[in-house]
Design a protein around this ligand. Structure first.
Ligand code: ZN
Ligand code: ZN
Length: 235
């Protein structure tokens, strides 16, 4: 698919999101940085964990570690690995409220999932919820903003109500996998009318503990199939 987040050209030059050289291009990347950005996309990935497939995996759809292992997800799809440029742009959005990078991040995720949206027949998107306190602190939910872009590109509606985060779990990055699971137990509730097939939209997929906890809540709420669409996968 052609890489074209927006057809509008900028009226004025602005610094490239990555190298800060002035550019007129609407996605905010100069030609060199765009080439690099695109090179990181479209790699074959494991359906179950979202990691890039190794050469030894051949034409398999799952990596060696995931073969024969039950997954709570219909599929895990990530647009790109959490490489330094992607990490920097997500950081700018989340912690510096730099919304100029949002169209690029939205387009990157939307382009990666548009084919899957049709193939899987996803009926609704669920943005990974933040706890209300966390949302107030940040002022927005970055996953929600990404999901809005995906909804526009795919035509799949974004659920506005019915899924909540009950507990402010804080940052989970320093916790072990089992500690994450314990912290997240009962953290989400799905109490709205939910369709059978949904996709969770998240900015970063690391151990998948949050997505798993949310998927269990969705299943208790009647959802049959849960996919995960993440902008970036921690390699
Ligand atoms: Zn550049
Ligand atoms: Zn895998």
């Amino acid at each position: 698919m052609e890489w074209m987040p927006s057809r509008r050209r900028r009226w004025f030059e602005a610094p490239c999101h990555l190298c800060r050289l002035d550019t007129l291009d609407p996605d905010g990347l100069c030609p060199d940085c765009r080439r690099e950005w695109r090179a990181a996309l479209g790699q074959p990935r494991c359906r179950a964990c979202g990691l890039t497939l190794a050469a030894g995996d051949g034409t398999a759809e799952t990596c060696a570690a995931c073969v024969g292992r039950a997954s709570p997800f219909e599929r895990v799809l990530a647009a790109v690995d959490l490489n330094p440029p992607v990490r920097a742009l997500i950081h700018r959005l989340k912690y510096r409220q730099d919304f100029s990078v949002l169209p690029l991040l939205q387009a990157t995720l939307a382009d990666a999932v548009v084919a899957d949206a049709a193939a899987v027949g996803v009926e609704a998107l669920v943005a990974m919820p933040l706890h209300s306190r966390q949302r107030r602190r940040r002022g927005f939910n970055q996953s929600w903003l990404l999901a809005e872009g995906v909804a526009r590109a795919t035509g799949v509606p974004l659920l506005r109500h019915g899924v909540r985060r009950l507990r402010d779990t804080g940052s989970l990055t320093a916790l072990s996998a089992s500690a994450r699971r314990a912290t997240l137990r009962g953290a989400f509730v799905a109490d709205g009318a939910l369709p059978g097939r949904v996709a969770i939209v998240d900015d970063v997929f690391t151990t998948g503990a949050s997505a798993r906890a949310l998927a269990s809540a969705l299943r208790r709420g009647g959802v049959e199939s849960v996919a995960v669409w993440a902008l970036a996968r921690t390699p």
